[in-house]
Design a protein around this ligand. Structure first.
Ligand code: F6R
Length: 244
């Protein structure tokens, strides 16, 4: 439990940077699993600062984002593709070919094959070293909404009405929010070697308590993280306020 999100985010960014430097020395790539939304923004700010001020290079980093709305054009304001470029990729020295974000423009009849290839690319690289997660008020991680099983893989899903409501702030009206998304599955997420879930603010308090202290259940998919041996939750005091 951290004093505030700045402190928690700096800790996560520091951890990522240490792994990146270590892997670079060993001549290896660092494979990062990334999230969008308001929660990880300060981690990305800090990584950009380290790139600018401390010479942190992303030349040996490969990224995989958790999810993207479907359908969604890359250039659209609300796309996660744009979010990641605005908040991170445009400000660091990552090779664009090392960036992977689920493609919201893929024709519907190719989505299944595309999702399988997304998983295979991660596996072929030896898996994700550090996976960043936020959490939705429905208990979703990625866009694995209630009802998602722990065996779920990268796929097209329907968004929960509460998730669509929470997304309204970016889309102006709820009607504009897509009904579907492509997301990495629970099984895909649980394969990561280390997972850092961040949650800030009172609005996350209930779901954090349920996730950490409730039974493992598909009705709160984040509870599956209890089965992962190297997951850390980094939360602020308001988000911790309903823990017993
Ligand atoms: C985003 C994602 C979602 C968000 C979650 C929390 O890539 O996978 O699970 O992490 O909806 O969103 P914020 O951070 O906006 O509260």
């Amino acid at each position: 439990i951290y004093e505030d999100k700045e402190e928690a985010s700096k800790h996560v960014a520091k951890t990522i940077s240490l792994l990146m430097r270590q892997k670079q020395q060993e001549g290896e790539y660092t494979i990062l699993g990334l999230a969008t939304g308001s929660t990880p923004i300060k981690v990305y700010d800090e990584l950009i600062r380290m790139h600018r001020e401390e010479g942190l290079s992303f030349k040996n980093v490969i990224t995989f984002n958790l999810d993207e709305y479907y359908p969604m054009r890359k250039g659209d304001d609300q796309s996660y593709w744009k979010f990641m470029h605005d908040h991170l990729f445009n400000h660091i020295d990552i090779d664009p070919k090392n960036i992977h974000i689920p493609d919201g423009e893929i024709p519907i009849d190719q989505v299944e094959e595309y999702c399988q290839e997304y998983e295979e690319k991660i596996e072929a690289l030896g898996g994700i070293d550090i996976q960043l997660l936020g959490i939705g008020r429905t208990g979703h991680i990625g866009f694995n909404e209630p009802g998602s099983w722990d065996s779920s893989r990268t796929r097209l899903v329907k968004l929960d009405h509460l998730t669509r409501q929470d997304a309204t702030k970016s889309f102006i009206t709820k009607d504009n929010v897509p009904y579907r998304a492509i997301t990495m599955g629970i099984a895909s997420i649980l394969k990561a070697k280390a997972i850092y879930l961040m949650a800030f603010g009172q609005a996350k308090a209930e779901v954090i308590a349920q996730t950490l202290e409730g039974p493992i259940t598909a009705s709160c998919p984040a509870t599956y993280l209890q089965n992962h041996s190297n997951t850390r939750f980094l939360i602020d005091r308001p988000a911790a306020s309903e823990l017993t």
